[in-house]
Design a protein around this ligand. Structure first.
Ligand SMILES: [Zn+2]
Length: 270
């Protein structure tokens, strides 16, 4: 079976060596890998993962170009980079089009690390451009363990965003909203809204995760791990233990991602 990790992270080697210890301290969390692409690929081999989305986060506008360049360097059949745009970038729409024109399938956003609210006016040109050019938007949703519990990308904001941009290919991370799953059950579950499963099952608990996933349209659920912050093999096992059934597993582990990312056949053979 094709398995795609729709939510993973890595850094250029030199940056990984500096950034990983700082991020571990900030989030009070131990990473499973060292943050390098080579380690992610070894982890994918060990777990039987065909391809991973490697999501970058621009924490300043000036990081757009270096992230775009590095993303082009690491891109392959198995490494699908999603570059990033900072909300304070004066050329939001042009940046989004540059990502698409360079052949990438998506962009990654993080409301806490990039200091924005999902439905604020400043973000509209970015989402309008992503909707226009069909670029996927993988966005951290829900709270974040490294930040105060102020709602910046919660389920109600997701609904407002998708009201304004109904054709936006938006993916709500962490099973709709990390540690805000009451709101996910209330507002998002069962609707045609893409979600990834990264870093969620342990928090919400397997019984409730199973129920929520089974309520959701099967074509709108994506496997993800948040590697290096969780183990890829361990997360696969965690999902398998939910007993979702063969067809749901086929879709969420790989078929949905293959459709969205237009993956070639090479990714199917790890
Ligand atoms: Zn993440």
């Amino acid at each position: 079976m094709l398995i795609v990790d729709f939510h993973a992270h890595a850094f250029p080697d030199a940056i990984a060596e500096r950034a990983m210890p700082a991020l571990e301290a900030e989030g009070d969390i131990a990473a499973v890998l060292d943050g390098k692409v080579s380690s992610l690929l070894s982890s994918m081999d060990a777990a039987g993962i065909g391809a991973s989305v490697v999501a970058s986060i621009a924490t300043r506008p000036s990081q757009f170009e270096p992230i775009l360049r590095w993303s082009a360097e690491i891109a392959s059949e198995r490494v699908i980079p999603f570059p990033s745009v900072h909300p304070d970038d004066p050329q939001l729409a042009a940046r989004v089009h540059a990502i698409r024109d360079a052949g990438f399938k998506g962009v990654k956003l993080h409301p806490y690390y990039q200091d924005f609210d999902l439905d604020e006016a400043r973000m509209r040109p970015l989402f309008a451009a992503a909707q226009d050019c069909g670029l996927l938007v993988l966005c951290h949703t829900g709270f974040d363990l490294a930040f105060p519990r102020v709602r910046r990308a919660d389920p109600l904001r997701v609904l407002r965003l998708l009201d304004a941009f109904p054709d936006l290919r938006f993916v709500a991370s962490h099973l709709g909203a990390w540690e805000d799953w009451d709101e996910v059950e209330r507002h998002l579950a069962g609707r045609p809204i893409l979600m990834d499963l990264s870093f969620a099952i342990g928090g919400i608990g397997p019984a409730r995760a199973r129920e929520l996933i089974l309520r959701h349209p099967p074509e709108y659920m994506l496997f993800g791990t948040d590697s290096p912050w969780a183990g890829q093999r361990e997360t696969i096992e965690e999902v398998r233990r939910l007993g979702l059934g063969a067809e749901r597993e086929r879709l969420l582990f790989g078929a949905n991602a293959a459709r969205l990312l237009e993956l070639g056949s090479a990714a199917a053979v790890p």
